[in-house]
Design a protein around this ligand. Structure first.
Ligand code: NAD
Length: 490
């Protein structure tokens, strides 16, 4: 391992291990590439080794006793200072986020500010952790619960929300007294780096947060499987999440936020223009690369054509381009792999359903240098088709005609996933029924499937989540604490 003198020198970003910004022991680097312009290298990051990962875990373990005893107000102050740093640099960090991930600049700015807000939320909410007291027959005994941190927690995150997802995992871990090993996605590591840098600059003691980049193959097992790692909070694909969940020791807690195949039901009484907006915003913003993105539209057969006309009009009007350009609605897909996947599902959709629009690679001028594709819309989609069943994670909408509410619910629930779901209706009885009947962790009524509050629980059902501990809000603290019951006599 070579010590680095600073977090970043000549476009090379270091790992943070045991309080020092360091190069990987391999000396190897990988490039963080701008998906809007693949000639633009956003930065070089450490291709870390198993040994680097073991050092990160050991540093987190060594720092735990000191950090758990650090006063809660000190821990809160560090989160707040880091939030100040993110807000003060929001413009610069948002531009970096757009360059590495592709989303339009206003969305990147919102994400950076939301991350700062998340740190502030947990700085306050973490100070209101409580236990319970229990009545008993012994007049000289108090019985109560205390909540304490777990120890080393590993945080593994995807590229689509490269700073807000790390923030909503790391902030509750730190405020409750845990130490952290954080591995961002190799496809957008810079935003996670900025979060780690902000927390380090805010005064975190050495080893409390360790930031390490590299491939899952090289470092994944070393940061998840040792018994000293007491918890793994992971957001990413169902395949990877299920693998990690099975591979970790029995004593390790997991919180897995995974894929989705999220439905929007459009009832006959819906405002069809508004419903089309919900489909476009929920399904295509972030170029369809949101875990809660709408991918199936279950529309009543009687209004299908009227709805589809409105939808197509809105889809055609979307402006696609570099996310740094003002007025762009959709940026590029985030990686070459994403582009391949989306194009292969578009080809599949053309074989199995009726293709209405899009799914084409854009070319000419700036398009030639990025992963640009037009959003695709298919109709006459049926439940057995792959585009109706598999997570595509791209700008592909599948319209499925249904006959009545019961048919819509049955089809909406006929999936392995259960992350988010929405309904467009004016009928209060259907709103109530939908919240009861739909198998999804996030239920939206006349709102997009995407979007969730910092202060409310978030997570999925079925194969979208481990259904153990919810993220976000007050419940986000539960995952990172364990309960002891104390019997205190005298
Ligand atoms: P991914 O599973 O390929 O990777 C996610 C992260 O896990 C990356 O950092 C990756 O390097 C790491 N990883 C993969 N295998 C690992 C292993 N065996 N050990 C340790 N680390 C490992 O997912 P992605 O392509 O980055 O993200 C897209 C997926 O994420 C989609 O399926 C999407 O639905 C899901 N997602 C879910 C949510 C949610 O909250 N439910 C939010 C965003 C994205």
């Amino acid at each position: 391992m070579t010590d680095a003198t600073s977090p970043c020198a000549d476009g090379v970003f270091a790992n943070l291990i045991d309080g020092a910004w360091v190069r990987s022991s391999t000396g190897d680097l990988f490039a963080d590439i701008n998906p809007a312009d693949t000639t633009d290298v956003v930065g070089q990051f450490q291709a870390s080794s198993k040994e680097d990962a073991e050092r990160a875990v050991a540093a987190a373990a060594a720092a735990f006793e000191g950090w758990r005893r650090t006063p809660i107000t000190t821990r809160a102050r560090i989160l707040t200072r880091a939030a100040d740093h993110l807000e003060a640099n929001a413009g610069r960090f948002a531009e970096e986020l757009t360059r590495e991930e592709g989303k339009p600049l206003p969305q990147s700015r919102d994400e950076v500010l939301r991350s700062a807000q998340t740190l502030r939320f947990y700085a306050v909410e973490g100070q209101s952790l409580t236990g319970e007291t229990f009545v008993n027959d012994d007049p000289d005994m108090d019985v109560f619960t205390v909540r304490e941190p777990l120890g080393v927690c590993t945080v593994i995150t995807p590229w689509n929300f490269p700073i807000s997802i790390p923030a909503r995992k790391i902030a509750p871990a730190l405020i409750t007294g845990n130490t952290v090993v954080f591995k961002p996605s190799s496809d957008a590591p810079l935003s996670g780096f900025r979060l780690a840098e902000a927390l380090a600059a805010a005064g975190l003691p050495k080893g409390v947060l360790n930031f390490i980049t590299g491939s899952a193959g090289a470092i994944g097992a070393a940061i998840t499987e040792p018994a000293v790692v007491r918890a793994v909070s992971f957001t990413g694909s169902t395949r990877a999440g299920e693998h990690i969940h099975r591979a970790v020791p029995f004593t390790t807690r997991t919180q897995m936020e995974l894929g989705g195949k999220n439905p929007l039901i459009v009832m006959e009484d819906a405002d069809l223009d508004k419903a089309a907006d919900l489909a476009v915003k929920g399904g295509l913003s972030l170029s369809g690369q949101a875990c809660t993105g709408t991918s199936r539209i279950l529309v009543m057969a009687s209004v299908r054509d009227a709805f589809t006309d409105r939808l197509l009009e809105k889809v055609r009007a979307l402006k696609i381009g570099n996310g740094l350009t003002p007025g762009v609605d959709l940026g590029p897909l985030a990686t070459a792999g994403q582009l391949d996947t989306v194009l292969s599902y578009v080809a599949q959709g053309k074989r199995e359903a009726t293709h209405l629009y899009g799914g084409d690679c854009l070319s000419g001028d700036e398009y030639d240098r990025g992963y640009y594709v037009t959003p695709a819309v298919f109709t006459d989609v049926t439940q057995d088709m792959r585009i109706a069943r598999e997570e595509i994670f791209g700008p592909v909408l599948a319209i499925i005609a249904v006959d009545g509410y019961a048919d819509a619910i049955a089809k909406a629930n006929d999936t392995d996933y259960g992350l988010a779901a929405a309904i467009a209706t004016r009928d209060p009885r259907l709103m109530h029924a939908f919240a009861r009947d739909i198998q999804a962790g996030t239920v939206k009524i006349n709102r997009t499937t995407t979007g969730n509050l910092i202060n409310a629980p978030f997570g999925g059902l079925k194969r979208s989540s481990t259904s153990t501990f919810r993220e976000s809000g007050r419940t986000g603290l539960d995952f990172y604490t364990q309960t002891k019951t104390v019997y205190r006599g005298c």
